[in-house]
Design a protein around this ligand. Structure first.
Ligand code: ADP
Ligand code: MG
Length: 724
């Protein structure tokens, strides 16, 4: 299709779209977890002793009794078949941010030709997908490609519904033939175990006789964009790279802040309600929905759960968002920066640690200065983030998240902690060695008798910090919208495990030496503050002054790009951290560096190729066509003696020439291949290819502002962001 035909057609299709017929609202209890083989269903279908044993593994982390597998498998199969499932799948989480699954039928054929269903324990416990094509960063070569999946009983199995069938899904870990973790779940489970071990020691040192297993929790807020599928079909960049590589900013963007928390458009709300119903059926507790800052941008957040389950549920949530969007004629963009100049999408990962006996260990209560347990755990986080801030930056590094971090709406790439005035004040007192009291929560009288008295939090919110204390948890805000949450959770758990181990050593020694628990804790925390308070920052994280101060005075790292951040994974300090905490071996860590570096290079490579292709085959022809029109007009005007002038022709011709020259420059940058190291290659992508792409875009966007609208081939920002 030439000119703007595809755009016109897209708009016609959207305008004439029949709304999806409304479904009768359902009650929560009719939907809740109907597709999950949870404890309740296990209890109904398993012999009592089998159920009790499994429950102990799931809830208290006790070792799995392998001999139960056959009984459990049969119960699972019967339940799955009663729901209509004919296939099952081991679901796993490779080092991409995706979810992987291989489906197998329950079907088996007997010698007389009749078909029966079959599912033995060994099929539940272990699978062997041919995983040779998953990224593994050199851990396996293709000739020894065996990889195994193994059942994770702590994350419930569930049924994935499609319009005409069901698949029974079993969450699993994915490991190599030699036992190395090839996935994101294995390290998450290990990091939890390490954190539990260290936290238990600290809690015992604090004088607790009974200490239940400590687990980490996660509640992830997911931002996303919805764009009509008809527009996406005419944008190869959106289709293949998930973001627009060209596009002039619309006259109206987000400057009025009129989208944020605005009324949700009906078409979108119908979509959201279907997403929520699907999530409820999967036992995922969707809780909040609203419009985000940018036009076309929205957010969904579930209630927090145990980190391992939350991570699996987060992957499911992304799948459900994407699949449901298509049914509503949308494409759900989880890219961190689909539209330049407009807010990007993040994933705020709320994280805490706690257990049954001591509760949420990051809950300060009303008097934080007297709450030794809270102070200890919060102090451990402060120390960890200061020591390993660059690691936190590395685990959220990706080509797409680079557009967000450091841009003016997202957290800066410098990792600091926001504590809020109350907690910051308590820790300042500890540093001075005189702990006296806590600032109190206030109340607010609105001056109108009919309004309730409002409770005021002890500290305000801060939106500019990458890592903020938010009342009873930390919120890691720099995570990208498309990223799996496991990486950040692994880093946070491991860092905390390391700090708690350090603290446990100190506390145990001091108390053994006769110190009171109180004095021992305060001494350790004073040391933390003396050495690590540089990481605490309660001011504006976007400001120039902070960027200068953070690096020059506080010695914090400002790792702007993925090329700068990923090599942190090769630091001996990080290698030691992961191997000491038994979360990742050196080989496993190295394989992650290799894999993520390759992903970074590949993403930029794909984008650069798209830029070249679209500039040459869509944008240049439109510009050339327009130039011909202008030249024809000028010639005709001259014939009748009118003075038309050449200024517009000159302008468009100049931009078109520059466009072609910039495409040439990008091609040259892209064809460079002789790199001594992967690090060099990444730096080339960051410092040469990326800027060369921006240069092409600059001329293309300038042309979009000149060329006649009926010749412009690509759906515009205005169309994609505002037509629903
Ligand atoms: P906001 O936008 O104000 O940050 P939301 O309500 O959108 O808040 O999201 C907060 C998230 O934090 C929710 O997923 C919530 O369940 C989660 N959360 C609350 N308490 C904890 C906790 N102890 N551990 C982990 N996540 C938590
Ligand atoms: Mg939040």
């Amino acid at each position: 299709m030439s000119g703007n035909m595809s755009r016109v057609q897209a708009i016609q299709l959207i305008a004439s779209r029949e709304p999806k017929p409304a479904k009768a609202p359902k009650k929560l209890e009719e939907m809740w977890a109907v597709n999950v083989f949870n404890l309740e269903k296990m209890q109904k279908s398993l012999p009592g002793n089998v159920f009790e044993s499994l429950k102990k593994t799931i809830q208290a982390g006790e070792p799995l009794d392998g001999s139960l597998a056959d009984v459990v498998a049969t119960a699972m199969k019967d339940w799955a078949i009663s729901k209509g499932a004919l296939y099952y799948s081991h679901v796993f989480y490779p080092l991409t941010n995706a979810t992987a699954e291989k489906h197998d039928g329950f079907v088996s054929v007997k010698s007389d030709g009749t078909a029966i269903t079959e599912f033995e324990g060994k099929l539940l416990v272990q699978g062997e997908p041919d995983g040779s094509s998953f990224p593994n960063g050199g851990i396996r070569s293709t000739f020894e490609a065996r990889g195994y999946t193994a059942w994770d009983v702590t994350s419930p199995a569930y049924i994935m519904e499609t319009d005409n069938g069901m698949t029974f899904c079993i969450p699993t870990v994915f490991v190599s033939w030699t036992g190395e973790a090839l996935d994101k779940k294995t390290p998450l489970l290990r990091s939890n175990a390490a954190m539990n071990k260290a936290a238990t020691r600290v809690l015992k040192a604090l004088g607790n006789a009974e200490v239940a297993p400590v687990n980490s929790s996660c509640g992830a807020e997911q931002e996303y964009f919805l764009v009509d599928i008809n527009f996406v079909n005419s944008r190869p960049d959106l289709m293949l790279s998930g973001r627009t590589l060209f596009g002039k900013p619309p006259a109206k963007g987000q400057q009025f802040d009129d989208h944020y928390f605005g009324a949700i458009p009906e078409r979108v709300q119908v979509f959201m309600q279907e997403v929520e119903e699907k999530l409820y059926r999967l036992g995922i507790p969707a809780k909040t929905r609203h419009n985000e800052v940018a036009p076309g941008q929205f957010e969904i957040a579930p209630i927090y759960e145990a980190a391992n389950v939350a991570a699996d549920h987060q992957q499911l949530l992304m799948t459900v968002l994407r699949n449901t969007a298509k049914k509503h004629g949308f494409v759900c963009l989880l890219h961190e920066k689909p539209f330049a100049g407009i807010n990007g999408s993040g994933k705020h990962v709320n994280w805490s640690v706690g257990n049954k006996t001591q509760g949420n260990l990051l809950d300060p209560g009303d008097d934080p200065h007297t709450n030794l347990q809270f102070l200890t755990f919060c102090g451990a986080v402060i120390r960890g983030i200061h020591q390993y801030g660059p690691l936190l930056r590395a685990v959220i590094a990706s080509a797409s998240n680079d557009h967000r971090l450091g841009a003016n709406e997202a957290p800066p790439a410098i990792i600091s902690i926001y504590l809020g005035s109350q907690i910051a004040d308590v820790f300042e007192q500890i540093k001075k060695g005189e702990l006296k009291g806590s600032q109190r929560k206030g109340t607010m009288n609105m001056g109108v008798g009919t309004l309730p008295l409002l409770l005021q939090d002890a500290g305000d919110r801060n939106r500019t910090s990458p890592f903020a204390f938010t009342g009873n948890r930390f919120e890691f805000r720099a995570v990208g919208s498309g990223q799996a949450v496991s990486g950040p959770l692994v880093a946070m758990n491991t860092i905390l495990a390391d700090s708690l181990t350090w603290m446990a050593d100190k506390l145990e020694a001091a108390i053994k030496g006769g110190a009171s628990i109180n004095d021992a804790v305060l001494a350790v925390l004073k040391e933390v503050m003396e050495n690590h308070s540089a990481v605490i920052f309660n001011g504006n994280g976007y400001s120039e002054e902070w960027h200068k101060m953070a690096v020059e005075q506080r010695g914090l790292a400002n790792l702007r790009t993925t090329a700068d951040a990923l090599p942190v994974l090769k630091d001996s300090k990080i290698e030691e951290l992961f191997s000491k905490m038994e979360v990742l071996s050196s080989a496993e860590l190295a394989s992650r560096f290799e894999t993520y570096a390759e992903q970074y290079i590949n993403s930029i490579d794909v984008e650069a190729k798209l830029v070249i292709n679209m500039a040459k085959t869509s944008i240049y022809p439109a510009a050339a066509h327009y130039l011909t029109d202008l030249a024809t007009t000028a010639a005709k005007m001259k014939e009748i003696g009118a003075d038309f002038g050449n200024s517009e022709i000159d302008k468009v011709a100049g931009l078109t020439k520059s466009l072609l020259a910039s495409v040439e420059a990008l091609s040259t940058a892209l064809h460079k291949h002789d790199f001594a190291t992967v690090e060099d290659h990444m730096q080339h992508a960051a410092k040469s290819i990326r800027p060369a792409m921006d240069e092409v875009r600059q001329y293309a966007d300038a042309l979009e502002a000149e060329v006649a609208d009926d010749l412009w081939p690509l759906p515009t920002y205005q169309e994609m962001l505002f037509i629903k």
